[in-house]
Design a protein around this ligand. Structure first.
Ligand code: DGJ
Length: 728
């Protein structure tokens, strides 16, 4: 049983973790414990009530002393304004104009099927392997009900949380803040690991000590953003990749978010995660409810690598879905960095023909095939073929691609509209905007108002036609600007603050139409690279374009950072031309291939410009990837050496059956006459003997573990080795 109840204590157990909460005498839901598995139901000795000066007590405090205060009580979901001075989980305004919230327990349920969330993607349970605890709380004065959901994926060491807020009164209730999760950690010394970035520099890890006061990260850009990924790790200060306690929290959401950690006056830490309350509001009429996005939580007592490995399995099996979830993805060539907007049918067919001869399986036609789009200033919203570029239409081109037995993929950016477009001339009011306020442009484009059903329908009709009439195997869904002057003309005055969230729901709705109407299509998300690399998007697309930075050396830290949360099967990674278009760096094609191989592999360059020798390398890369990709993507990923401030980077994958080990070593800064490069693989199986495929040299598992392997020919800048050890 994953969920047990004894008296007023609930216990959630996974294979290796336990989560305990307790209903207090006054009906507050107290957080008791989350961590490595424990047997006891009652841990109240370790977590007693504790009063503090200047921590007020509730009016109905059952004790004669001051020990019972919300300000010191570790809690699961916190109202506001009633003597807990830390971050609230929920605030709401009713007709009285007051917004304090005081939530008390009324009932619980244990559900055998996982409830879904209204309009939102969430984890799923296809094998009936979960139990869900629903705890009902009510604020009688505010006429508000909150249900806390805890779904336990026992075998996966995964617990998910979300909250439903309902108006149980007669009058309207205005939600001002509704977080997904609150977690109070006991007093200790913790670190926060977060993933910041910018365009072409996504998911750079930053580890900092959780200090007194508030810290965290957020997005107010309307998307999850390049700047702050909605994922974090809280770990003991001493935790390393191989050792120690660590917690991961990932929000299944693609819009504005907030993560806060708050170290209190007495060293506890409160974590809250959810939709950013800035610019958020939601009106609830009588009996209406609001679902918060879900948070995926994982704990490991064995360091950050183990934490990521558990997380990866959860993402691969309970977030990603559809026909392509477990399938080997085709090796693609994308024409963007090969031609940009300057292409025609012949160029694309030539690129596809060359790609086919090298072992590539799919060509993706990127931006510029529609309207009259020869640069990025026009035509978004006009999803019909540009016959100047493609005189035989998309149909003619796609059939030629099929004739050479290649798959065909297409780029779209459905959420956007250019001022210079037929769509804008017809529907200038379809833009997200606020009356009277001039509209900012980003990449010379506006954002469509996806809070409106007719706008979504209008875009879908066009896309549906394209997909119906062409043999399309893959879609790259791009999104190239953040949201400004956010408002919808159609929303009532007291609902304008709903726009940001409704916009995200609209995007999900359109994505859902695409994947349910065309389930065979492999969808790859993208937002100027990895600007919307989040668990919400992964519910629709099993892979996301990791970054517009295709430089192999820069990719090391981007992919390294991404690997904390996201498995290799989610990360689009391409070999591009040198000098690299973003950095000007010249790296060997071997290194570019070796790095991209640890992701969903492809090319993004004019293949005809490669030398014969380079083309031979490409052939070998494709052959290797076809044979090994699935083993790599479904294996355990180990971070070995961070590229940050280091002269080299290294990582490794061990296949599920431990019979294959893949090790990547890349020199970032070569050193003449430098030290020997030896890497230990402590996770090699002791009982196996391995052969390294390229050198044909044999190693006992114990040798790889303890003595390590010597890495040759990596003295110079940007040289790499991808070693493949196979059990003999
Ligand atoms: C941004 C994407 O990240 C690129 O890969 C490319 O598709 C361009 N947009 C096209 O405009």
């Amino acid at each position: 049983m994953a969920i047990t109840k004894k008296e007023n204590v609930f216990k959630l157990d996974t294979k290796n973790t336990s989560y305990l909460l307790k209903i207090t005498e006054l009906g507050y839901v107290m957080h008791v414990y989350y961590g490595a598995k424990v047997e006891d139901m009652d841990l109240s000795e370790i977590y007693p009530y504790r009063g503090r000066a200047f921590s007020p007590n509730m009016a109905d405090n059952p004790y004669s002393d001051d020990r019972y205060s919300l300000d010191t009580l570790p809690q699961e979901y916190v109202g506001s304004g009633c003597s807990d001075f830390r971050a609230a989980s929920v605030t709401a305004l009713d007709q009285s104009g007051y917004n304090s919230v005081d939530l008390r327990y009324t009932a619980y349920e244990i559900l055998e099927t996982k409830p879904s969330l209204e309009g939102l993607p969430s984890t799923y349970d296809e094998k009936g392997e979960t139990q869900t605890l629903a705890i009902h709380l009510v604020d009688e004065l505010r006429k508000m009900k909150v249900t806390l959901f805890y779904t336990v994926f026992a075998e996966k060491d995964l617990i998910t949380r979300s909250a439903k807020v309902e108006n149980i009164g007669e009058d309207s209730l205005y939600l001002e803040k509704a977080m997904s999760v609150c977690m109070d950690f006991p007093a200790s010394s913790y670190d926060l690991i977060q993933f910041h970035g910018s365009w072409a520099n996504e998911r750079q890890e930053q580890r900092s000590k959780i200090a007194y006061g508030l810290q965290g990260f957020s997005s107010k850009r309307g998307t999850s953003s390049h700047q702050h990924n909605p994922f974090c790790i809280v770990c003991d200060h001493e935790t390393t990749e191989k050792w120690g306690a660590a917690y991961a929290f990932g929000l299944v959401y693609s819009g504005n978010h907030l993560l806060q950690v708050e170290k209190t006056q007495t060293d506890e830490v409160r974590l809250t995660m959810g939709i950013n309350p800035d610019d958020f509001g939601w009106k609830l009429e009588k009996n209406q409810a609001f679902d918060t996005p879900e948070v995926m939580m994982i704990f490991s007592n064995h360091g950050l690598n183990d934490l990521s490995q558990i997380y990866h399995t959860a993402v691969r099996k309970h977030i990603c879905r559809g026909e392509w979830r477990d399938k080997q993805r085709p090796i693609l060539v994308n024409n963007w960095e090969a031609t940009y907007f300057d292409f025609d049918e012949d160029k694309i067919v030539d690129l596809a023909t060359k790609a086919k001869s090298l072992g590539i399986e799919m060509i993706v036609l990127d931006d510029g095939w529609f309207g009259h789009r020869n640069d990025d200033t026009t035509s978004l919203g006009d999803w019909f073929t540009d016959y100047h570029k493609l005189p035989n239409g998309l149909e003619g081109l796609s059939h030629k691609i099929k004739e050479i037995d290649m798959k065909f993929g297409l780029w779209i950016e459905p959420e956007m509209i250019s001022e210079d477009s037929e769509l804008y001339r017809k529907h200038p009011d379809w833009v997200l905007s606020q009356e009277g306020r001039s509209r900012s442009k980003g990449r010379t484009q506006y954002v469509l108002d996806f809070t409106r059903e007719e706008v979504i329908d209008g875009i879908w009709e066009q896309l549906d036609l394209v997909l119906k009439n062409n043999p399309i195997d893959y879609i790259k869904w791009d999104m190239n600007r953040h949201l400004t002057e956010v408002g919808s003309l159609m929303l009532a005055k007291d609902c304008k603050k709903e726009t940001y969230h409704r916009q995200v729901l609209g995007v999900y709705q359109l994505m859902n139409r695409l994947v349910t109407s065309y389930p065979h299509i492999l969808l790859e998300n993208c937002s100027g690279g990895g600007g919307r690399f989040d668990l919400g998007m992964l519910c629709y697309s099993p892979q996301i374009w990791t970054s517009d930075d295709t430089d192999a050396i820069e990719r090391l830290s981007i992919q390294y950072g991404s690997s904390y949360a996201y498995p290799l099967s989610c990360m689009g990674a391409h070999v591009s031309a040198v000098p690299n278009h973003q950095t000007g760096r010249i790296t060997p094609i071997k290194t570019r291939g070796d790095v991209a191989m640890f992701g969903v592999f492809g090319y993004e360059l004019d293949l005809a410009r490669l030398t014969t020798e380079e083309q031979d390398i490409v052939k070998k890369q494709c052959a290797f990837y076809k044979e090994n990709a699935l083993l790599m993507q479904q294996g355990k990923f180990y971070r070995i050496q961070t590229p940050k401030d280091s002269s080299y980077a290294a990582w490794s994958v061990v296949s599920e059956d431990e019979k294959h080990i893949y090790l990547l070593y890349v020199t970032i800064k070569g050193r003449a006459n430098g030290p020997q490069k030896v890497v230990k693989l402590p996770y090699a199986n002791y009982n196996m003997k391995y052969r390294e495929v390229e050198s044909n040299r044999s190693y006992y598992g114990s040798t790889l573990c303890h003595a390590g392997v010597l890495i040759a020919d990596v003295e110079q800048d940007y040289q790499s080795q991808l070693l493949h050890f196979v059990c003999e």
